[in-house]
Design a protein around this ligand. Structure first.
Ligand SMILES: Nc1ncnc2c1ncn2[C@@H]1O[C@H](COP(=O)(O)OP(=O)(O)O)[C@@H](O)[C@H]1O
Ligand SMILES: [Mg+2]
Length: 301
């Protein structure tokens, strides 16, 4: 087990009588790309603001890098880069000039700017004024700003919000490259399951301030699985074979679909192959966020 970079214990935030975050025990292992997933109003930004020391918890504790945030605040936060909501820039200055300001504030060596520009692929546009940037480019600049100074932990609050599909893909690929390039741990929040599914290796699902699930993406897939998809040949015979074994099978568009969560994919694969069927594809499809919530909250069997 990797050491934990973020560990909260019973973290709670109340706004008057309203509890926005309730007894959260977040565990983010070192090197993880942790997707913090939940619908609008779930408590993601409130949690993130507490992790960044921007607001104080009502009760509970936060440890980052095994240190108590309420005691070692400045030392801890010097290792954390973040984007909370849309980053703000000096629009009339260039990308380079904006990063120069950040560099001076953080007292970093000059080469940090080029390094950051290179990671977010803005080198080519560094002399362009930010007001001429697309939203996606601005967001990349925000990430550049967040990662300057060898940050060990990056916390990005809905970094793809408002971007078009091409922009979302760009930011997604950038974020996925960060753990390796920077040797950093990344926590990213989102209300879009498919986005987290594509990026994250660890997931925390928050709903009405409560953590409903925390674990690896693989664990979530087993739990939130909708169906297993199999491409086998000959298709019709494979379907009949599986039905005979007690599986519920439907055929759609040249594939077999097996609903349910209790299917062991390894065993399924072995049964087919050992009986002489060709298996060219085996995957599991995750239900949508709504299905997973319903399942996790136990409202639906
Ligand atoms: N400063 C505040 N005062 C009162 N209520 C707040 C405040 N900040 C957030 N909330 C409420 O807390 C809940 C969680 O908000 P938020 O953390 O922003 O959710 P998310 O980021 O998941 O969309 C929402 O119901 C929101 O209205
Ligand atoms: Mg939010």
């Amino acid at each position: 087990m990797e050491p934990l970079v973020i560990e909260t214990r019973e973290l709670t935030k109340k706004f008057n009588k309203f509890t926005a975050v309730k007894e959260l025990n977040l565990k983010v292992p070192q090197g993880a790309l942790y997707g913090f997933l939940g619908p609008n109003g779930a408590g993601k930004s409130t949690t993130i603001r507490m992790l960044l020391g921007l607001i104080k918890p009502t009760t509970g504790t936060i440890h980052l890098f095994n240190q108590d945030l309420s005691i070692h605040r400045l030392n801890i936060l010097s290792k954390v880069g973040s984007i909370v909501e849309t980053p703000s820039y000096y629009e009339h200055l260039t990308a380079y000039e904006n990063l120069e300001i950040t560099r001076k504030i953080l007292q970093l060596p000059p080469n940090e700017i080029e390094k950051a520009l290179d990671i977010v692929k803005l080198t080519q546009w560094k002399r362009q004024k930010v007001k001429e940037f697309s939203l996606g480019m601005k967001q990349r600049l925000g990430i550049a700003q967040a990662l300057m100074g060898n940050r060990e932990l990056l916390i990005l609050d809905e970094p793809t919000n408002g971007l078009d599909p091409a922009g979302v893909k760009e930011i997604r690929e950038l974020i996925m490259s960060l753990p390796e390039i920077m040797n950093a741990t990344v926590l990213i929040s989102s209300h879009i399951l498919s986005e987290i599914e594509l990026m994250a290796d660890h997931v925390g699902i928050i709903h009405q301030g409560k953590l409903l699930f925390q674990g690896t993406m693989a664990e979530l897939k087993t739990k939130g699985r909708d169906e297993v998809v199999v491409k086998a040949s000959p298709l019709g015979q494979a379907a009949a074979f599986l039905r005979n074994k007690g599986y519920d099978v439907t055929i759609r568009e040249g594939k077999l679909y097996l609903p349910g969560r209790n299917i062991n994919m390894e065993i399924l694969n072995r049964e087919l192959v050992l009986s002489g069927y060709g298996v060219s594809h085996l995957s599991e499809k995750l239900g949508n966020l709504e299905d997973i919530f319903l399942q996790l909250t136990g409202e639906v069997a």
